[in-house]
Design a protein around this ligand. Structure first.
Ligand code: ZN
Ligand code: ZN
Ligand code: ZN
Length: 85
């Protein structure tokens, strides 16, 4: 089991995360809640991070979409990178 670094709760037990926005390359965006991804998801809880419908995913969840590009948040390029500053 893993503890979320953002909300400090056990991921599969916390029904929502607490961080409502995410900082991306050109500013802060409202995060997309579970059920608002535009995907067909039948279960009431997120298969990956376990949150309930309408709740915020824990960061790093494979189901979460990026509010900027609409791709999978965990694999898109919208996060600020600091290495080449
Ligand atoms: Zn969390
Ligand atoms: Zn999730
Ligand atoms: Zn993105």
């Amino acid at each position: 089991m893993a503890v979320c670094d953002v909300c400090g709760r056990e991921m599969l037990e916390a029904s929502t995360c607490t961080e409502r926005t995410v900082e991306l390359v050109d500013g802060r965006y409202e995060r997309i809640r579970f059920g608002a991804e535009g995907l067909r998801i039948d279960s009431d809880t997120c298969d990956d991070c376990g949150v309930v419908r309408g709740a915020l995913h824990h960061p790093g969840c494979d189901v979460e979409r990026c509010p900027r590009c609409g791709d999978q948040q965990s694999s898109c390029d919208c996060f600020e990178t600091w290495d080449d500053a």
